[in-house]
Write a protein that binds this ligand. Structure first.
Ligand SMILES: Cc1ncc(COP(=O)(O)O)c(C=O)c1O
Length: 413
């Protein structure tokens, strides 16, 4: 009996998410997802690291956990403790670091140990779609806090905490992406991090700090991690190599006290994250990470400038955006008449993929005329062509931007 003749559908459990779409290749102009720049993956050094580490200790692949135990490859955890101390002021031991299969698994583990259906969490009003959809799927109520140019607004957070407390609700955590926020690319200054901690502590709510893009500030500097500033604990810190090296490696990590990691290990069902990628990073990073990242951010910055120029040229004043402090995304506001979900569909038919704002927001109405563009993966030529095509589609569907405005703008230039 072949599989096509058996109907699995009646056996599927209730409440599954919608089925995944079949992959038909990337769109011609790919501004979605968190892909990186293919030319800036440090291939030669990764190849050399793979060869060296496999020759030296490849036989440890015979054991689950490579003789480093379930927390992950020890040299990689040791690199992380040194790197986090240097860059984020985090002092932690290698046994307070759990290597995960991407930071998505880290998010799942944090959610897995803390959240149950009906719980409430606090989250930035614009946030990572992967985090928002997970909460939705788990039946967890996400209270969105507006952002400004310095990240989550503390007066709004204070109000939300007070209102929740008044309603007898104790939020399970405050989720923040404080360092190069996704999608707004803001960086929360140190004073605001202290204020966040003061509020969190006052209401006895832990902070879930997602530092996925923290290595990608343009000048390589960043404020201390919230984890580092909290003297009394109560912070779980998550990071990733996806944006600093390559997303397909699927290597992320959690920094938390051992008691918390022990609960996470108990629900981490994969018997250890992939060994090869951990070993390669454990070999590559101590020697090359610090040198690689500025090369990467220099390349990303050039692409951002190309994107901002292309938007100014094609959309004129119709496209508003604040210059990102780093990272791989530009968060763009179009005129209110725009519905970026409709725009995304129409644009895709012309080979341009964009992320519509509502997918990145707890407030769908706020997101309606906004979109997120990832500039890391397309070439500079593709960025220019893709934005020109997007403007053409947008003009056809919504009459924005008008050609007249564009000509006037050019005439002024
Ligand atoms: C804020 C944030 N956290 C976590 C992730 C997950 O990344 P990965 O699983 O590749 O580490 C992403 C991916 O784009 C992200 O934007």
């Amino acid at each position: 009996m072949n599989s096509a003749s058996f109907d699995f559908a009646p056996l599927l459990r209730a409440g599954l998410p919608a089925p995944a779409a079949k992959w038909n290749g990337f769109p011609r102009y790919n501004f979605i997802g968190g892909h990186n720049d293919a030319d800036l993956v440090p291939l030669d050094r990764l190849i050399a690291a793979a060869t060296t580490v496999l020759q030296r200790e490849g036989s440890t692949l015979a054991t689950y956990g490579m003789q480093s135990g379930p927390l992950g490859y020890r040299p990689l955890r040791e690199f992380l403790t040194a790197k986090l101390k240097r860059s984020a002021d985090i002092f932690c031991a290698a046994d307070e670091v759990l290597i995960t299969s991407g930071s998505l698994q880290a998010i799942d583990l944090v959610n897995g140990v803390f959240l149950a259906r009906g719980d409430t969490v606090i989250i930035e009003q614009q946030s990572y779609q992967g985090s928002l959809t997970r909460l939705e799927r788990m039946g967890v109520h996400a209270v969105g806090i507006p952002l400004d140019t310095e990240g989550m607004q503390m007066d709004a957070l204070a109000r939300a905490l007070a209102e929740l407390k008044g309603g007898g609700i104790h939020p399970k955590y405050i989720y923040t992406i404080p360092t190069v926020q996704n999608p707004t690319a803001t960086v929360m200054p140190e004073e605001r991090r202290h204020e966040l901690l003061r509020l969190a502590r006052g209401y006895n709510v832990p902070v879930f700090e997602d530092d996925c893009y923290a290595d990608l500030t343009w000048d390589g500097r960043r404020p201390p991690a919230i984890y580092a500033l909290s003297r009394r604990g109560g912070v779980i810190h998550v990071g990733s190599f996806s944006k600093s090296i390559a997303p397909a490696l699927r290597v992320g990590y959690i920094v938390a006290p051992w008691e918390v990691l022990a609960r996470m290990l108990a629900i981490k069902t994969d018997a250890g994250s992939g060994a090869l990628e951990q070993m390669v990073l454990g070999e590559f990073c101590p020697n090359h990470f610090a040198e690689h990242v500025p090369q990467l951010t220099r390349g990303l910055r050039v692409k951002l400038d190309t994107l901002m120029d292309a938007l100014a040229e094609q959309f004129g004043t119709s496209a508003e955006f604040a210059e990102p402090k780093g990272g791989i995304f530009l968060w763009v506001k179009l005129p209110d008449v725009l519905d970026t979900q409709k725009l995304a569909q129409a644009a895709l038919a012309s080979g341009v993929a964009i992320n519509p704002g509502p997918d990145w927001s707890t407030d769908k109405a706020y997101g309606k005329s906004r979109l997120r563009l990832c500039f890391a993966n397309p070439s500079q030529a593709a960025i220019r062509e893709g934005i020109a095509t997007l403007a053409e589609v947008c003009r056809g569907e919504f009459g924005v931007p008008s050609r007249i405005a564009n000509v006037e703008r050019r005439a002024r230039a």
